[in-house]
Design a protein around this ligand. Structure first.
Ligand code: SF4
Length: 294
């Protein structure tokens, strides 16, 4: 089943779908109507079409799983990620799933292989709120379990960031403070903040009280990152966005307004770290008896 899979280069990256409906059922989920891609496509067919697309398009980064959570069904996500890793690009994935040891081991293998090729694997752990998660994201692992994912990935040296999006109207700022502190304590590399989208009928935002929604600044946009280009309403309170960004920075966290920026940052950081690792033995060998002087 080929389905209507589409790809597009935007900001030097291409989004690759999982191709299967996600069962986590977050209330703000924009994937459920199929406007950003069909919900049932054979994984091999997606990979085949993507490789064909790659032959005629230049880009640096693959972002896997914008149409569903890649690890809702971990075997499928792991298989697709392994295959994408062979294509010699930077890759990111975003997930709310629990990453067990078996999956973490697969991610370590993928990460190590990509490092050999000079590419970077970036994990985005998705958290849009804290206490409210049990209402807004009722079928996902808890926020605390997702923070444990961050610790587990960091322990394995996989660059890991928090996708703090969508920023939800009506969620108290205190929840974002809890989330930011937990992420920083867990060692996340930074936070990607992002807007809330609603379709024409408001299906993705029905859980938000109307009076709160109408007061939230919004505008109609053609969604730039989607090859399917749906026209949706983008809710984004810039004053609140800056308030949350400042709060994170005061706590010592790094803020990005696009996941592409976070991936580029991780990739550059990795290159600098690698140069540092390469230099260390050379210094030691040049003068082995010389004590280190600051
Ligand atoms: S995890 Fe992502 S794809 Fe799955 S329901 Fe939630 S928002 Fe949608």
């Amino acid at each position: 089943m080929a389905g209507n899979v589409q790809f597009k280069v935007e900001k030097n990256r291409v989004l690759v779908p999982v191709g299967q409906a996600c069962r986590f059922g977050c209330k703000y989920c924009y994937t459920r109507k199929g406007e950003v891609g069909p919900s049932k496509v054979d994984a091999e067919e997606i990979l085949r079409q993507f490789e064909e697309f790659m032959r005629t398009h230049a880009f640096e980064t693959i972002q896997f799983g914008y149409d569903g959570d890649p690890f809702d069904r971990p075997e499928r996500g792991a298989m697709m990620l392994q295959r994408l890793a062979r294509l010699r690009k930077n890759i990111s994935f975003s997930t709310k799933a629990l990453l067990d040891n078996a999956l973490l081991n697969v991610l370590v293998d993928i990460h190590d292989g990509m490092l050999q090729d000079g590419n970077t694997l970036v994990a985005f752990i998705s958290l849009s709120c804290w206490d409210s998660a049990r209402l807004v994201e009722p079928h996902t692992p808890t926020a605390q379990e997702r923070v444990a994912n961050i610790e587990n990935l960091k322990r394995r040296n996989i660059p890991t960031y928090i996708a703090l999006r969508p920023i939800l109207p009506g969620i108290r700022d205190r929840e974002y403070e809890q989330l930011a502190q937990a992420g920083i304590d867990a060692g996340c590399g930074g936070f990607v903040l992002g807007p809330l989208y609603a379709d024409e009928g408001g299906q993705f935002v029905r859980f938000i009280p109307t009076e709160i929604l109408t007061q939230t600044p919004h505008r109609q946009v053609i969604v730039p990152w989607s090859a399917h280009a749906p026209t949706w309403r983008r809710y984004e309170d810039e004053a609140r966005l800056h308030r949350i960004a400042s709060m994170i920075e005061r706590k010592g966290g790094k803020v990005f307004l696009s996941s592409v920026d976070a991936i580029e940052f991780a990739h550059e950081k990795r290159k600098v770290d690698d140069r540092g690792r390469i230099k260390m033995p050379a210094l030691t060998c040049a003068s082995p008896e010389t004590p280190f002087k600051a």
